[in-house]
Design a protein around this ligand. Structure first.
Ligand code: NAD
Length: 356
């Protein structure tokens, strides 16, 4: 076996149905009593329900302006509110945008976080925070932003739209795929990555026909956690770099961007990552002879997800700039990063061509 280093991040994870009822206990366990609840504008009702169930003894307020890519001005407004209310913890209820806001508040205030993920984006188990200011998204790693408690409540994911279910599920798969060929890959994250891909690849086609299927929702959410741990434990490569560059610079949906790009970044790296590709293929449940890149492309397209950059708001004239941004501070990557090849990758993704 290859020598390896494995750095586990501390985490308390509660997984099940109806687990949102445990938020009050978790607030007490943290020694807190003044929670500021965070949601996106679309999930304000869920936030109000949680606030009502906690009562004024435990919840001091609700901030419901979390949006994609964690803009710094929104964070500053939330920090101001947390300070005015003398909040002693945050409870982030929502997808990666809301969890990102909780992390950004924690970075500035050291407030402990309870996070209740309702998509499969997987920010909850990472010490990574991406923030956007003046159209530029920068990413940093800090233990200050790692949530103290993750509560997965499968029931809260039943209402997730079909599109976000599939795209966010493929966002999770992207964490696992890159973990399998990351510079810090190790046998433990390999296991989690394989399990995460297998659960999501099995669940997504079921959910595209039957979004209320609780077993499939449970598989998808568990898979998202496994993939999130991978993302939190090892580093990223070209795929995440391109997604951050494109999503942040051109304000595209994070999950859509991951979904469209993953088949193409996998194809780019495939000649240099054969053992990882074998693991991806065997967990996607695809017919023999189909490549990992094509398997992921088909998973998106066959389940109604977008598969072309031109369909998710990207402009053709911005492709060159996207490559330049991605090349500025590149992550280590198995295949050499060559500008012309990366541009060809983006052109294929722009048109939505099925990769090799
Ligand atoms: P999101 O959080 O913006 O959610 C997408 C939409 O779905 C929102 O309108 C939200 O209100 C709605 N929604 C979420 N859950 C729902 C539910 N269960 N039912 C109904 N509606 C629901 O999108 P996302 O893809 O989850 O997260 C993207 C953000 O997360 C980006 O800013 C990205 O950078 C960040 N992210 C960070 C990391 C990390 O490790 N730092 C990892 C993954 C994603």
């Amino acid at each position: 076996m290859q020598p390896f280093v494995y750095n586990a991040l501390p985490a308390r994870v509660i997984f099940g149905h109806g687990t949102i009822s445990q938020v009050s206990t978790e607030i007490h366990n943290l020694g807190c009593s003044k929670a500021l609840i965070l949601t996106s504008p679309g999930q304000i009702k869920a936030g109000q329900t949680l606030q009502a169930s906690l009562g004024p003894e435990l919840a001091v307020g609700l901030f419901s302006k979390a949006i994609l890519h964690t803009p710094v001005d929104v964070t500053e407004e939330a920090v101001q509110l947390a300070q005015t209310l003398a909040a002693d913890c945050v409870v982030a209820l929502g997808g990666g945008s809301t969890i990102g806001l909780g992390k950004a508040i924690a970075l500035r205030t050291d407030l402990p976080q309870i996070v209740i993920p309702t998509t499969y984006a997987g920010s909850e188990a990472t010490a990574v925070l991406g923030q956007t200011q003046d159209g530029i998204k920068t990413t940093q790693k800090s233990m200050k932003v790692l949530p103290e408690v993750i509560i997965y409540d499968v029931d809260l994911t039943l209402g997730l739209s079909l599109r976000t279910t599939i795209t966010s599920g493929i966002n999770a798969i992207a964490h696992a795929v890159e973990a399998l060929y990351a510079a810090e890959a190790n046998p433990i994250t390999d296991l989690l990555a394989e399990q995460g891909i297998e659960r999501l690849a099995r669940a997504l086609p079921i959910l595209s026909k039957d979004p209320q299927n609780k077993d499939a929702r449970s598989d998808a959410l568990y898979g998202a956690w496994a993939c999130s741990v991978c993302a939190g434990t090892v580093g990223f490569a070209l795929h995440h770099k391109l997604c951050h560059a494109i999503g942040g610079t051109f304000n595209l949906s994070h999950a859509d961007t991951h979904t469209v790009l993953l088949p193409h970044t996998v194809a780019y790296n495939a000649p240099f990552t054969n053992p990882a590709m074998v693991k991806v293929v065997r967990n996607l449940g695809i017919p023999e002879g189909v490549s990992a890149a094509r398997g992921i492309y088909d998973l998106a397209k066959n389940n109604g997800a977008p598969y072309a950059l031109k369909d998710i708001g990207m402009k053709e004239e911005d492709l060159e700039r996207a490559v330049d941004v991605a090349l500025k501070n590149p992550y280590p990557n198995p295949a050499p990063l060559e500008r012309e090849k990366m541009l060809a990758l983006l052109r294929d993704a722009y048109e939505g061509r099925r990769p090799a």
